[in-house]
Write a protein that binds this ligand. Structure first.
Ligand code: NAG
Ligand code: NAG
Ligand code: NAG
Length: 318
């Protein structure tokens, strides 16, 4: 019997809600550097999922890290109040208010990320410590560097003091931009205490339960909405997290990721990690993805690299 940690249930349902809403969500994230082993392996996982997916009756893989989406580790994702005031009735037509976005980006620019990570090791590596814990088995000796749950396939990123510090540093500066009133998701009420109170508190205060102790860094490489291919799963979006586990286990994903994992495990001897080199803001899309070409700003992070004004790109509003 596989059990999910309450925080994972919260995390997955939060992403699901985002995936089906039309509001504009901005994702503050660590983009993977283009030229290293971890990027290659992240692309490889997505390539395998896309390839296995296209061999099914329906081509369900919606993440495309080759052209449509950016490989990234989300630090903070929320519904910010940045849209035009006179947004039309149709939410999908919402557009960003450039003035609001500029002050939002300026608020993030007040953070000295280099100072935030001073003394911390900002290596990004993968871990076999899954989001999922095996019930009645504390040995946790699984050798998978990935987690498949619900519609999501994710690489397990090692949760480090560096990533935690970066995520937490963003919360206060952007707090006033979170759209209010914040709707606390109903699933929060079904979490056991003390997670329940903590998740509700984080949602109310920050606009997302997936921060602080709810922060679960990962690289999303697949999002396969079963309702696209199977009528049996049509109620997926409304199902509980228990159903997400049982109804949506598509074996081809395990096959694809099993193949990926074998290759990745071989590389581990020589190390296959990356470094946090910067923080970016971009637009969130289906399955927790960040749209390619949606980047609004980028801040370099690290000693000798922090040149706060020279590297600011103009905000691009799409
Ligand atoms: C954009 O935001 C600014 C600052 O909040 C506000 O004064 C302005 O009316 C907004 N413009 C539109 C078109 O929503
Ligand atoms: C809303 O959209 C409709 C149809 O596109 C348009 O006719 C109308 O003028 C819009 N209203 C506003 C306030 O922009
Ligand atoms: C950011 O912090 C670093 C390390 O403390 C410091 O050297 C640098 O001057 C700071 N940058 C700014 C713009 O304050």
């Amino acid at each position: 019997m596989m059990m999910m940690r309450p925080s994972l249930a919260a995390f997955l349902l939060h992403l699901t809600i985002i995936a089906i809403s039309h509001a504009i969500y901005l994702d503050i994230h660590v983009p993977l550097p283009n030229d290293d082993c971890l990027m290659t392996q992240t692309l490889r996982a997505n390539e395998l999922l896309r390839s296995y997916s296209s061999n099914q009756n329906y081509d369900s893989e919606q993440v495309d890290l080759f052209s449509r989406h950016v490989p990234h580790i989300t630090l903070f994702l929320a519904d910010f109040d940045l849209e035009l005031d006179d947004s039309n009735a149709s939410e999908s037509l919402s557009q960003l208010n450039v003035t609001k976005v500029d002050s939002f980006l300026a608020a993030i620019s007040t953070i000295n990320f280099t100072q935030v990570i001073q003394g911390l090791d900002c290596t990004v590596s993968l871990s076999t410590q899954s989001f999922i814990v095996e019930h009645n088995d504390d040995s946790n000796n699984n050798d998978k560097f990935y987690t498949i749950n619900g519609a999501f396939t994710m690489l397990n990123v090692q949760n480090t003091p560096c990533l935690k510090a970066l995520s937490s540093a963003i919360l206060d500066p952007v707090e006033s931009f979170v759209k209010r009133p914040i709707i606390v998701p109903s699933w929060a009420a079904s979490l056991p205490e003390p997670e329940r109170s903590a998740a509700i508190y984080r949602s109310r205060k920050y606009g997302s339960p997936n921060v602080k102790e709810g922060f679960l860094p990962h690289l999303t490489v697949g999002f396969d909405d079963p309702s696209r291919g199977s009528a049996a799963s049509a109620t997926y979006h409304h199902s509980s997290h228990a159903d997400m586990n049982s109804e949506t286990s598509m074996q081809w994903r395990e096959d694809a990721m099993g193949q990926w994992n074998k290759g990745f495990a071989l590389l581990m001897n020589d190390g296959c990690s990356s470094m946090v080199k910067g923080i970016a803001v971009g637009r969130n899309s289906i399955g927790g993805t960040v749209l390619a070409n949606s980047r609004m700003r980028y801040w370099k992070v690290g000693n000798d690299l922090f040149l706060p004004h020279e590297h600011e790109a103009q905000a691009v509003i799409i």
